[in-house]
Design a protein around this ligand. Structure first.
Ligand code: KMH
Ligand code: ZN
Length: 277
């Protein structure tokens, strides 16, 4: 079990409209403000989706490069770009995300229904992204939306080998309509399935919507790390909309401290994830 807690903030996502959540950071200035505040509270990594001038999700290469550079200049957070994009984004644009040169990138381990849409991740595309990340020294975070995707990860590692840095870190994304649910029982089922993966793997967990608190508590008690943010959660408590990403990070930090697993600094998190440069 790892002593400290890696806290990742996922502030924006690609599925929520600014009109529906005014505190959602969609401009570069809003993202940088959020990143700095969340880092000061205890976040060590940021999972980034960017928006265009109209606030719509985009995978525009220039905007991604500019965002990575600005986050590097103004914070010491580990910068993780999403290769998932928005539901329906084409593979070519998702592959090109890596050209922005982030420290880390998400890599979803299979296809899953996502609300009314399908989040498509064909196996050859998964393998291709894995190889490209390794070639560029980008550390993957394997995104697991369903139990079977842990078995897919075992297959990927057996067929394609370890990622850059040699360390396996995955994220359980729980409670997506179409994926696994966000309960203690499902966290326990995932732990059992992880026994077939490298012994020194680390995992974080995030619970979508109302599963956020049970998933945080289950993950902490199981030695896992936490991802929180407005990508995943827009309601802080019953009838209380989330006010900001900072509010979610502060709550996660409080729980981690209560569990006597205080937040890792970005430098400690880099070491954990095998990020050397
Ligand atoms: N927007 C979802 C369809 C990721 O960032 O890698 C995919 C997603 C996962 O958010
Ligand atoms: Zn994402």
């Amino acid at each position: 079990m790892s002593l400290g807690t890696l806290i990742t903030v996922a502030p924006t996502g690609a599925e929520t409209r600014k009109q529906d959540a005014p505190a959602l950071p969609v401009t570069l200035d809003e993202l940088l403000h959020t990143a700095k505040e969340c880092a000061a509270l205890g976040a060590a990594m940021i999972h980034v989706h960017v928006r265009d001038d109209a606030g719509e999700p985009t995978l525009d290469p220039g905007r991604l490069r500019e965002t990575v550079a600005a986050l590097r200049a103004e914070t010491d957070l580990i910068v993780q770009l999403s290769t998932g994009g928005a539901v329906g984004d084409p593979e070519e644009a998702r592959r090109a995300v890596l050209d922005a040169g982030p420290d880390a990138a998400s890599l979803t381990m299979g296809s899953v229904n996502f609300g009314d849409g399908v989040f498509l991740n064909r196996w050859p595309f998964v393998v291709d992204l894995h190889r490209r990340m390794r070639d560029r020294g980008i550390v993957p975070e394997y995104e697991i939306f369903d139990l079977g995707q842990l078995h897919a990860l075992r297959r990927l590692l057996a067929e394609d080998g370890l990622p850059a840095g040699g360390h396996v870190h995955l994220d359980l994304v729980m409670g997506v309509p179409g994926g696994m649910d966000g309960t203690t029982e499902t966290v326990a089922a995932c732990l059992a399935a992880m026994r077939d993966l490298p012994d020194d793997l680390t995992f974080s967990a995030t619970g979508i919507g109302r599963t956020t608190i049970p998933v945080m508590l289950a993950a902490l008690s199981a030695g896992g790390h936490l991802r929180v943010g407005m990508e995943d959660t827009l309601t802080y408590a019953k009838h209380r909309p989330v006010e900001s990403n900072m509010q979610l990070v502060a709550r996660a930090v409080g729980l981690a401290q209560l569990a006597q697993r205080p937040p890792l600094t970005p430098a400690q998190a880099r070491e954990l994830l095998g990020l050397t440069a």
